[in-house]
Design a protein around this ligand. Structure first.
Ligand code: GDP
Length: 427
């Protein structure tokens, strides 16, 4: 087994006897990618009117017809618009996400939250697609944000708290390229100082901005040099103005012309070069390999998945699933047992309450019964007395009646005697 692993880890290098054709693999890859087309998603963060839409139009040399945002939005909202662009035979599905209402509210405390939620939602959608049994990632519209262009107002002072907090909370989720917007409104010497101040503030506060990669020798030199120019000071304009004998994109002022593509005037060309021509693929790769990977790892860990077990042993998905299922059943049984015990306890409590109530009722009943009996006995006694009185009364009445009739009779015979006497006298 060890020998087999050794072979796998160190394959033997052989010399081929002739051409077989796999040297065309890079071309096949290019052809496939061209057929499929590319997608690139840009998030523009910055206050309303700072020049986000103008810069995107200028960058892609297209009028995207972005609606003008009002300054009276009650909260920050993210508006995504997708466009299909083509340059030669390369098709690009470009999504521009604008932060509508950013910095317009009096209370800006939670202004960054909708941005974080939006970025996470796109990661979540991708993760859900990846976790599906039947995945369609090859034609899935990847909406994950590849770059965040962060527009800083050209105040010449320092970073505003809102910018600092927002960048800090976004830096682990997206590649941030900070830009000094409307750089034509700040003088050359002030701009240099401002750039240095901003960079030192970002470093002091531990804000990780995107660094152009220096590991590829073809781009290392230019990328390394460009890292030293961050944050780029940009000017945007779709107006074409004649300078000499050619038309250039510029902003015209009473005192002169600011040429967008003139490197002495601003860093617009540097930005376009770095963002589109040199590092677009790296931004896409970093999004997938760094930011999405972090989101995915945290999410899967949250769901209970892990690569290694308690003793640092590798854990397969099946084992994790079994362990999770076991844990779930254990937890369910524990909950069931808990509920049963709670039920028995409740029944006992209820029974005790009912028994107590029954006991109280019984005592009340006994008490009432006793009172009732006492009342009855009293009544019986009263009745007996009444009956005796009634008998005595009846006796008295009978005696009285007898006496009355006797006296009446006696009175009757004496009246008759008187009458007879009167009649005798009269005669
Ligand atoms: P958004 O709300 O951030 O998308 O800002 P817009 O792109 O709509 O620009 C708002 C205003 O700023 C418009 O009048 C633009 O012409 C102007 N603007 C845009 N870019 C620049 C710039 O680089 N310099 C100056 N001075 N003005 C600019």
């Amino acid at each position: 087994m060890a020998a087999f692993d050794e072979k796998k880890d160190h394959p033997r290098s052989l010399t081929m006897c002739g051409h077989v054709g796999f040297e065309s693999l890079p071309d096949q890859l290019v052809d496939r990618s061209i057929q499929q087309g590319f997608c690139f998603n840009i998030l523009c963060v910055g206050e309303t009117g700072i020049g986000k839409s103008t810069l995107i139009n200028t960058l892609f040399n297209t009028n995207f017809e972005e609606l003008e945002s009002s300054h009276f939005c009650p909260c920050v909202r993210l508006r995504a618009q997708t466009y299909e662009l083509q340059e030669s035979n390369v098709r690009l599905k470009l999504t521009v996400v604008n932060t509508v209402g950013f910095g317009d509210q009096i209370n800006k405390e939670e202004s960054y939250q909708p941005i974080i939620d939006y970025i996470d939602d796109q990661f979540e959608a991708y993760l859900q697609e990846e976790l599906k049994i039947k995945r369609t990632l090859f034609n899935y519209h990847d909406s994950r944000i590849h770059v965040c262009l962060y527009f800083i107002a050209p105040t010449g002072h320092s970073l505003r708290t809102l910018d600092l907090i927002t960048m800090k909370s976004l830096d682990s989720k997206v590649n941030i390229i900070p830009l000094i917007a409307k750089a034509d409104t700040i003088s050359k010497s002030e701009l240099q100082k401002f750039k240095m101040k901003l960079m030192s503030e970002l470093v002091i506060n531990g804000v990780q901005i995107y660094q152009f990669p220096t590991d590829d020798e073809t781009t290392a030199k230019i990328n390394g040099a460009m890292n030293g120019h961050l944050p780029f000071a940009v000017v945007g304009s779709m107006d074409e103005i004649q300078v000499g004998n050619k038309m250039v994109k510029a902003r015209q002022y009473p005192w002169g012309i600011v040429q967008v593509e003139n490197e002495n005037h601003c860093d617009f060309v540097k930005l376009r070069e770095m963002l589109i021509c040199t590092n677009m693929e790296d931004l896409r790769e970093q999004t997938h390999a760094r930011h999405y990977e972090l989101y995915r790892r945290c999410k899967l860990e949250e769901m209970g998945f892990a690569d290694v077990g308690p003793e640092n042993k590798p854990l397969s998905l099946q084992e994790t699933y079994e362990a999770k299922r076991h844990e779930f059943y254990g937890e369910r049984q524990r909950k069931e047992e808990e509920m049963k015990q709670m039920f028995v306890q409740r029944v006992k409590e209820k029974e005790a309450i009912l028994k107590e109530a029954e006991r109280e009722l019984q005592a009340k009943f006994e008490h009432l019964k006793r009172i009732h009996q006492e009342e009855r006995m009293k009544l019986e006694e009263k009745r007996r007395i009444l009956e005796e009185e009634s008998i005595a009364f009846s006796k008295k009445k009978a005696n009285c009646d007898l006496f009355q009739s006797q006296s009446f009779m006696a009175a009757g015979s004496s009246i008759k005697k008187d009458k007879d006497r009167k009649n005798f006298n009269f005669m």
